[in-house]
Design a protein around this ligand. Structure first.
Ligand code: GLU
Length: 279
């Protein structure tokens, strides 16, 4: 199978040095393997995605010297598809509606063990609620224990990034303790979570290698579970090092000072920018 990878930015702010590094890594891995590099716009969060940021993504990536096949897959054009897959999972009993607010969840988590730092996972308050009880404003959650039961076969993924290289078997106990009943359908009707849309599109685009930042390593087990449930093949994952600021903090979208556009406006050359990210 031809090596196929993608860069999948969300158009919710300017691309920064970390994105430049990620896109260049994916592009150069594809080129070295004589494979394909695709661009995908992850704009399912319609409240934050902006066309102006999308236009700037195309501009910045072209300036970095990258090219990609068009038309580009824009996730906002495929919301129906994601919802169909989500409803199919619901029909199989893996999804339940959840009306808990953030503060409900905090309260449920801290109640039994006052003072002990609570795990970040959802405590399962709404687990078992039938889909027929879904109300406007309810999120949809994956019943992780049921999902893991159904997948009894061992599930695993291969990682080639140097930090975690090797085969990772999905350990049910860890997944229940660290990910739990993840939200797959957001409160806003017709909008699905990033993890679900990403696995559906990685399969639709025949992605063989997912190249992305190490900050997404921990979301991979959930994505592999979703691939198992949806009967999609699991690509190889490559999580690369993160680009950090002088204080060692991971760059965020709001770090405008490190936006590719800012460097461009200052007259920084591509060679200089590549040096800044260690290429
Ligand atoms: N859209 C995600 C982001 O901008 C990337 C997701 C992925 O590469 O799987 O962080």
């Amino acid at each position: 199978m031809t090596f196929t990878t993608r860069f999948a930015p969300s158009p919710t702010g300017p691309l920064h040095l970390g994105h430049a590094y990620s896109a260049l890594c994916a592009y150069e891995m594809a080129r070295a393997a004589n494979g394909a590099f695709l661009l995908r716009i992850e704009d399912t969060d319609t409240s934050r995605a902006r066309l102006a940021w999308e236009a700037q993504i195309y501009d910045d990536l072209a300036w970095l010297g990258l090219s990609w096949p068009t038309p580009v897959l824009r996730q906002s054009d495929h919301l129906e598809r994601y919802n169909r897959d989500l409803m199919a999972l619901a029909d199989r009993g893996f999804i339940y509606p959840c009306s808990c607010s953030r503060s409900d969840i905090r309260a449920a988590l801290s109640a039994p063990q006052e003072g002990v730092s609570a795990p970040a996972v959802y405590p399962g308050t709404c687990r078992g609620r039938p889909m027929s009880s879904r109300q406007a404003g309810d999120a949809l959650r994956l019943d992780m224990a049921r999902a893991l039961d159904a997948l009894h076969a061992d599930i695993a993924f291969t990682e080639t990034g140097s930090e975690h290289a090797g085969t990772h078997n999905i350990d049910a106990a860890t997944l229940l303790a660290q990910t739990g009943d993840a939200v797959l359908g957001r409160k806003e009707i017709e909008t699905v979570s990033y993890a679900l849309a990403a696995v559906i599109d990685d399969a639709a685009l025949h992605i063989t290698h997912v190249v992305r930042g190490a900050d997404l390593f921990d979301t991979t087990p959930l994505q592999v579970v979703l691939q198992g449930l949806l009967n999609l093949s699991t690509p190889t994952y490559h999580h690369h090092r993160l680009i950090r600021d002088e204080a060692g903090k991971r760059l965020a979208k709001r770090d405008d000072a490190r936006a590719i556009a800012t460097y461009r406006a200052e007259g920084v050359t591509l060679t200089e920018l590549r040096q800044r990210v260690g290429l």
